[in-house]
Design a protein around this ligand. Structure first.
Ligand code: TPP
Ligand code: MG
Length: 574
């Protein structure tokens, strides 16, 4: 007679329900940093055939999951332990919330009997924290099942909510006894969420008329274009109607950066070309973009002052609270709205004046090139331009940190979604996004080349993830733009107060030596003549590699949109 083990005899537990949900949702892997209160679920992963990616800090797991979710478009699971595990994870959760990334966040929690009974009590269980309250402002929904029977509804609702409509993170907080306890009732089945909204035909007709009449039209392509997979419809519209396209920082790649219709991105660190085009537009079509302060500057009502503004936006809350009033809003998924617009414009000729507008755009492009400041030192723009040239023709995911290097990468790298994809921290603007996001991207898309262009400050925020890079043998190429400076904040301080306490003249370690200590191939570059060779060797290396570029510490981001300025008159270095 076969022996009956305790595990065989045990009833299905709350943890089993979670693990079964992972299988049902075809999850290839979960992203984890371990701890006691998440151990019951962790223990089931092997048996369910689910790969476990384990980082060296909760931010590492959170950002790796965020990368996988952004690339695949499917919710990814990140699991951490209660208390410090949760607090360490808040930064990537906030990032996912602001930049619309579907994450299912599973947090361990003390047993229900150890949860504090009164809000006046600070803590009862060891590593107890009020996770759902802590994460409420940065998650779409929060679940705290109090018995194993409530787990199925919570986890299914979490997957549905994370992906449905405007995506975002959802948290399920799982007390120990809820994970380990047996079910009393069979799991429930939930109704699938409804289809995303499509535009009203009269609104499509009005928008098409506005575009057909326009003599100086401009499109702003936001992240929503990429989230909806609407880049092909957007390119069709822009090409058929000869409409120049600017991007939000996250929308880069919606049309190829080297297209004659591409204006780059606009706003705080955008291009003067995009700023001038938007300022002088007579119709501005904004697709899937919040028009936040980084895009508009501090005078939102001065954005495109002569334009009829037409918006395509899925999130009705964004519409209700927009900083920029629109003349017409199509509440719709971007794909559906752009397809309908293309159909409505199919046999409409574009006005002859469109050629004059494109000539004006070409003249502005020549008049406002993005050039580095003077001096013999290695320039960050050269580093990004070389990296771009050396990887042309390859499928690439390019990741950045946050700071000046982020802006130089956004300006000088060629994006073309989904072949050359850009991942950066938009709304949350979090340093430390860089390395763990690159790691998650390479894990999710092994067939892509993954580049991590990172500042000296940002890299040090999650530098421990070099260990994950080596553990999982991921060939990410890290390019450190080391200006010995927290550059963009230092520039802000210098412009406003004439000095840069705590941000300028930073001592840094030898990044190449650190990388070598972790087992990466690494070298340091201090002048332009050595740049191509070093980058080529890193790109050719079979495994991960780091190139430490010691760049001009005095190079600033120019032009820049400062407080009080409008998009047509950005500050430029003197
Ligand atoms: C977690 C976090 N802390 C602080 C900031 C404020 N901040 C924005 S950019 C920046 C400097 C980044 O330095 P570095 O990575 O070296 O980039 P650089 O601007 O020099 O290219 C700082 C301190 C931030 N965005 N994120
Ligand atoms: Mg720096």
């Amino acid at each position: 007679m076969a022996a009956v083990t305790l595990a065989d005899a045990a009833p299905e537990t709350g943890a089993d329900v979670i693990a079964d949900a992972f299988v049902r949702h075809h999850l290839a892997r979960v992203f984890v940093y371990p701890g006691g209160t998440i151990a019951p679920i962790l223990d089931l992963m092997d048996a369910r055939g689910i790969d476990v990616f384990c980082s060296r800090h909760e931010q590492g797991a959170g950002y790796a999951a965020l990368a996988a979710a952004r690339l695949t478009g499917c919710p990814q699971v990140v699991m951490v332990t209660s208390g410090p595990g949760v607090t360490n994870l808040t930064t990537p959760i906030a990032d996912a919330f602001f930049d619309s990334v579907p994450l299912v966040v599973l947090t361990g929690q003390v047993g229900t009997g150890d949860l504090r009974a009164s809000p006046a009590l600070r803590q009862r269980g060891f590593q107890e924290i009020n996770t759902t309250a802590l994460l409420a402002p940065i998650t779409k929904a929060q679940f705290l099942p109090m018995s194993p029977d409530e787990v199925a509804t919570a986890i299914e609702s979490a997957f549905a909510c994370a992906a449905h409509g405007r995506p975002g993170p959802v948290v399920v907080d799982l007390p120990m006894d809820v994970q380990r306890g047996g079910l009393a009732a069979p799991p429930v089945t939930l109704a699938p969420p409804g289809a995303p909204p499509t535009p009203r035909s009269e609104d499509v007709a009005r928008a098409a008329n506005a575009l057909a009449r326009a003599t100086r039209p401009v499109i702003i392509a936001g992240h929503g274009v990429l989230l909806a997979g609407a880049h092909a419809e957007l390119r069709r519209l822009a090409a058929a109607q000869s409409i120049p396209v600017s991007h939000s920082l996250l929308g880069l790649g919606a049309i190829p950066s080297d297209s004659p219709l591409a204006l780059g991105f606009h706003g705080h660190t955008g291009t003067q070309l995009a700023g001038l085009a938007i300022h002088h537009a007579d119709v501005l079509l904004v697709v899937g973009s919040r028009l936040d302060v980084r895009q508009t500057g501090t005078k939102p009502t001065a954005l495109a002052p002569r334009a009829e503004i037409v918006r395509i936006e899925l999130d009705e809350t964004e519409i209700a609270h927009s900083r920029v009033p629109a003349h017409l809003t199509l509440r719709s998924d971007a794909q559906a709205a752009l397809a309908a617009l293309n159909e409505a414009l199919a046999d409409r000729a574009q006005p002859a004046s469109r050629a004059e507008w494109l000539a004006q755009i070409a003249a502005w492009r020549c008049a406002h090139p993005l050039v580095p400041g003077p001096g013999p030192a290695l320039k960050p723009q050269s580093v990004i331009t070389s990296l771009d040239r050396l990887t042309r023709g390859e499928a690439v995911v390019c990741v950045s940190g946050v700071g000046s290097h982020q802006q130089w990468t956004a300006r000088h790298f060629t994006f073309d979604y989904p072949r050359r994809v850009w991942l950066t921290s938009g709304g949350h603007g979090a340093m430390g996004f860089d390395l763990p996001t690159a790691i998650g991207a390479q894990r999710a898309w092994p067939h892509y080349r993954v580049l991590c262009c990172v500042g000296d400050g940002s890299l040090q925020m999650n530098i421990q993830e070099l260990a994950s890079l080596v553990t999982y043998e991921l060939p990410v190429k890290i390019v450190v733009l080391d200006n010995h400076r927290l550059g963009i904040v230092s520039q802000f301080q210098q412009l406003n107060w004439g000095r840069d306490p705590t941000c300028g003249d930073k001592w840094n370690p030898d990044f190449a030596a650190i990388a070598r200590a972790y087992g990466l191939a690494a070298e340091t570059v201090t002048d332009e003549s050595a740049l191509d060779g070093a980058l080529s060797r890193a790109l050719a290396a079979p495994g991960p590699a780091l190139v430490h570029c010691v760049i001009d510490p005095d190079e600033d981001v120019s032009p820049m949109l400062l407080a009080g300025q409008t998009l047509d008159s950005m500050w430029t270095r003197g």
